[in-house]
Write a protein that binds this ligand. Structure first.
Ligand code: 4UW
Length: 547
């Protein structure tokens, strides 16, 4: 049954007003001004030093779009899967594909065959773009994808008999190929998110959704209040491009404004520290656990952070004290820390903090982006709260809200109600000046260092273990990762010898590292459930805090 809520109460409107949305595709929008910074660096791999200017990127993407259609059997509308680490070529693969009319889904290269197969089967992927280090993984996944066409191995050898093409198939063609007309209402990307419940689902984001969210950040009044980035800034990030924050709020946003982005394929403290000194970034994009690393790591000194004057943080709760600790560490306060809040389903931005936010509001994730409406509904009766400082679930409406979950109208109507409100599953309150504060989640999602972990996904895995009668997974607080997944298991009679280690050994090889049951495994008599069978996760969380 579709969710509804009473429409008779107060709706909060962004203080910034509205944005105009150009009818452009994501690539047209992102590269509209690229000629202005044609010879400036756009993307550099901080570890290898491989670098592309804006001119190179633009040319390679245009050629790549034609080459993709000429050298493969792919057709506009087909889905292409990116299995890439954070390399500059990620942008080439994305924008060449989009200009060829393909729909892009991207996945974490730490995923196992099982996890990738599920996502790429669901997205009906016909081609995987990868690098030599991940080729074997890509081919293992490709084997079980129906209607699979080919693999593109960037930086590796082509192998025509195995339908493995090299980078040249993405960058050159002799054939004359016309590019299709792509509309701004067409779906551009299909990132996967578990949303409020269940396993990860394809989130249908249109070109317009993604363009709008960048336009919202570029709204003149908001730009004035957020200490804007310019083409002269150098940003450093290790945050994944295969997550909506890295994809749209970093990669596409920075390309739009002509900024130089230094990325890292993998986080190691040594490489990160080296990049800080070598590239002298003015901007860092972080999640709270990375900020904590900068604060606590003994080898990170004020000298390493001397060039930095802006930090963007999001994807998980930023503890109030962390900002003060950071200023204490660097010995100055002239570095702005901007917090953004949002979701995969909202392309991702919903709120942002202005740089002149009063100190008393620290901990807030800011105010609504332009063209965004919100209301907060009471957790027990669903009525709109309508007054400041009273918690409830946040509902939002705006042009950045997804088109729905792929092939899943039921899951879509669970989160987008009949009045068009998107139910975030986050518990928030707002103050008198309409600054928002995230205090909890009603949804079951666990966030480990900003990465999504779906309890349902882990629970189905646990139920595959012979001797497991019932299982539930919840997130428990962790001072570094934010949360860690912990499993509660009911053993079947006769399986009392099942151990914590045997459960961990079963799960660990089947999931990406950050999804491991690092919060522990506990055997219990029964999983608390409500009469309709829903796991009472808060009861389990309370059990953890009592221990
Ligand atoms: N504080 C507390 C936050 C916050 C938060 C997200 O993986 P997803 O779907 O998406 C993201 C998006 C991150 C992001 C959005 C906007 C933005 O400007 C920015 O950069 C600065 C990053 O992580 O997870 C969505 C869920 O993650 C939690 C919240 O529960 C949300 O529903 N979350 N940002 N600032 N919690």
């Amino acid at each position: 049954k579709p969710r509804t809520c009473s429409s008779s109460v107060k709706v909060l409107k962004s203080v910034y007003g509205e944005v105009d949305v150009p009818e452009q595709t994501l690539s047209q929008f992102v590269f509209a001004d690229a000629h202005k910074w044609r010879d400036l660096p756009a993307l550099t791999c901080g570890v290898s030093g491989r670098s592309y200017t804006y001119g190179m990127i633009q040319q390679l993407c245009q050629r790549g779009a034609r080459a993709l259609l000429a050298n493969t059997d792919l057709e506009p509308g087909d889905r292409i899967g990116l299995l890439l680490p954070n390399v500059p070529e990620f942008t080439l693969a994305v924008h060449a594909s989009l200009q060829a009319g393909l729909v892009v889904t991207y996945a974490n290269p730490l995923f196992t065959v099982h996890e990738l197969t599920r996502q790429f089967t669901s997205a009906k992927v016909r081609c995987i773009v990868t690098v030599p280090q991940l080729l074997e993984l890509a081919q293992a996944v490709a084997k079980s994808l129906p209607a699979y066409d080919c693999t593109i191995n960037i930086g590796g050898e082509p192998s025509p008999q195995n339908k493995i093409l090299g980078l040249e198939s993405l960058t050159s063609t002799e054939k004359k190929v016309d590019l299709p007309e792509v509309r701004s209402s067409d779906i551009a990307v299909l990132p996967y998110s578990s949303g409020t419940t269940g396993v990860p689902k394809g989130v249908m984001l249109s070109h317009r959704n993604l363009v709008v969210n960048i336009m919202q950040l570029l709204h003149p009044q908001l730009v004035e209040e957020t200490d804007p980035l310019t083409f002269q800034d150098v940003s450093l990030t290790v945050l994944p491009f295969f997550h909506i924050y890295g994809f749209n709020a970093i990669l596409n946003y920075l390309a739009k404004i002509g900024s130089h982005l230094v990325s890292m394929p993998k986080f190691t403290p040594q490489d990160y520290i080296k990049c800080l000194l070598e590239y002298q970034p003015t901007v860092l994009f972080v999640v709270p656990s990375l900020l904590l690393f900068l604060i606590t790591h003994p080898e990170v000194t004020p000298r390493h952070l001397a060039s930095v004057n802006k930090i963007f943080c999001g994807a998980a709760p930023l503890k109030k004290g962390l900002i003060d600790q950071f200023y204490e560490k660097i010995g100055r306060t002239d570095c702005t820390i901007t917090q953004g809040y949002g979701m995969t389903e909202t392309s991702p931005g919903i709120t942002i903090t202005p740089y002149n936010m009063p100190y008393s509001k620290s901990g807030s994730c800011g105010r609504l982006l332009p063209s965004t409406l919100a209301r907060v509904i009471d957790l027990s009766d669903g009525h709109v709260v309508g007054v400041p400082n009273r918690p409830g679930e946040l509902l939002v409406k705006g042009p950045q809200v997804m088109q729905g979950y792929l092939d899943n109208p039921g899951a879509t109507s669970d989160v987008i109600d009949t009045h068009g409100w998107f139910h975030t599953g986050d518990v928030v309150y707002y103050d008198e000046e309409e600054y928002f504060y995230i205090i909890d989640r009603t949804k079951e999602l666990i966030k480990v260092k900003g990465n999504q972990v779906s309890p349902t996904e882990l629970e189905s895995l646990l139920l595959e273990i012979p001797g497991v009668a019932d299982a539930a997974v919840v997130g428990i607080p962790d001072s570094f990762a934010g949360e860690l997944p912990k499993a509660f298991i009911v053993r079947k009679p006769g399986f009392d010898d099942m151990t914590v280690d045997s459960v961990q050994d079963f799960v660990t090889p089947k999931v990406a590292t950050y999804k491991k049951l690092a919060g522990g495994v506990e055997f219990v008599e029964a999983i608390p459930r409500n009469p309709s069978g829903k796991i009472l996760r808060n009861e389990l969380k309370n059990l953890c805090s009592q221990n």
